[in-house]
Design a protein around this ligand. Structure first.
Ligand SMILES: C[C@H](NC(=O)[C@@H](N)CCCCN)C(=O)O
Length: 305
């Protein structure tokens, strides 16, 4: 299983790096935030379908006469084979993209997704010494560790703190992603219109901070902070990722997004472990208080655009 997850991590995150680089190369100066919002929206539709569909798929296979006496690992294996078809669909889309890129290159007599220049060791050094890049990485990791691990343990949180039945807790937990799927393109469009990415990054961070405060210190309906968190997360994601393209030259974008994803994932790996141990040893109040402190890092590391 660990090997499978390792390969999955390499594939998924490389895909994200390539997607971001293509998006900037094709849409810079033309509604880039909206394109990132749209990309985010489709990714979150995928996450929501995954969160809600895998258990029913597993249950229906287990109940089917063909697998009535099958051990659970076999039922799981068949469920994962079904999931594999969405990866094949993704591969088909990537091949379609390669075709359009090749066609654009042929028609425009240029490389569509790159400037033709490749990154040099000197560029790499400049990039690694760029304070702006590390600030964005800091914002990214400090913000995302308060959202992804929270959604990861959200189901049990809603069940335990708010005494919700399993199904209602599942709906509450997927609301962050459902809302993000619905509103990211619109938010991206609004960010394009205002052109103030850093303002929106701060707004997304502060709103998320407010949500964690409501989760930690009140027993008011959790649906309100969850809904606000869905919107805040969309605001942050649609404004933060395109920001890289404002100061990193096009031939270094892939490397810059690769560094950003690595830093984000290193933080997520550590904080997911810490979240589990904080919940087990200290309870949810301490965990949410920890989430409350983490976004303060992005707020304090931002300065006006
Ligand atoms: C845009 C941003 N993408 C990421 O954070 C990637 N590392 C992919 C994460 C996939 C999460 N299951 C985002 O999704 O907000």
């Amino acid at each position: 299983m660990c090997i499978g997850r390792f390969v999955f991590g390499i594939g998924g995150e490389s895909l994200a790096v390539a997607q971001n680089t293509y998006a900037v190369s094709w849409f810079k100066g033309k509604e880039l935030n909206m394109v990132f919002g749209l990309q985010l929206s489709l990714a979150r539709i995928g996450s929501t379908v995954n969160m809600n569909a895998m258990q029913p798929i597993y249950d229906s296979i287990a109940k089917s006469s063909a697998f009535a006496d099958a051990p659970s690992y076999q039922v799981l294996g068949v469920s994962l084979y079904i999931a594999m078809f969405t990866c094949l669909f993704s591969l088909a889309c990537a091949l379609g993209l390669a075709f359009f890129d090749w066609r654009a290159k042929r028609i425009l007599k240029t490389s569509a997704a790159t400037t033709g220049e490749t990154i040099t060791l000197k560029d790499m050094k400049t990039l690694l010494l760029s304070g702006k890049l590390w600030l964005i990485c800091g914002i990214c990791v400090a913000y995302y560790v308060t959202v992804f691990p929270f959604v990861g343990i959200g189901l049990v949180f809603y069940e335990m703190k708010y005494q919700m039945p399993h199904a209602t807790a599942g709906i509450a937990n997927s609301l962050v992603y459902i809302l993000s799927a619905a509103c990211s393109p619109v938010i991206g469009f609004l960010i394009d219109k205002s052109g103030k990415n850093i303002f929106w990054v701060m707004a997304g961070t502060l709103l998320t901070l407010g949500c964690h405060a409501l989760f930690a210190f009140t027993f008011a309906t959790p649906f309100l902070p969850t809904i606000i968190m869905g919107v805040a997360y969309s605001v942050l994601a649609a404004s933060l990722w395109p920001l890289v393209s404002y100061f990193v030259p096009e031939n270094q974008l892939g490397t810059a997004y690769g560094i950003m994803q690595s830093v984000q994932n290193a933080g997520l790996a550590a904080i997911s472990q810490l979240s589990g141990s904080l919940v087990d040893n200290n309870g949810y109040l301490i965990l949410i208080t920890f989430y409350l402190v983490s976004p303060l890092t992005p707020v304090s590391s931002q300065h006006p655009q």
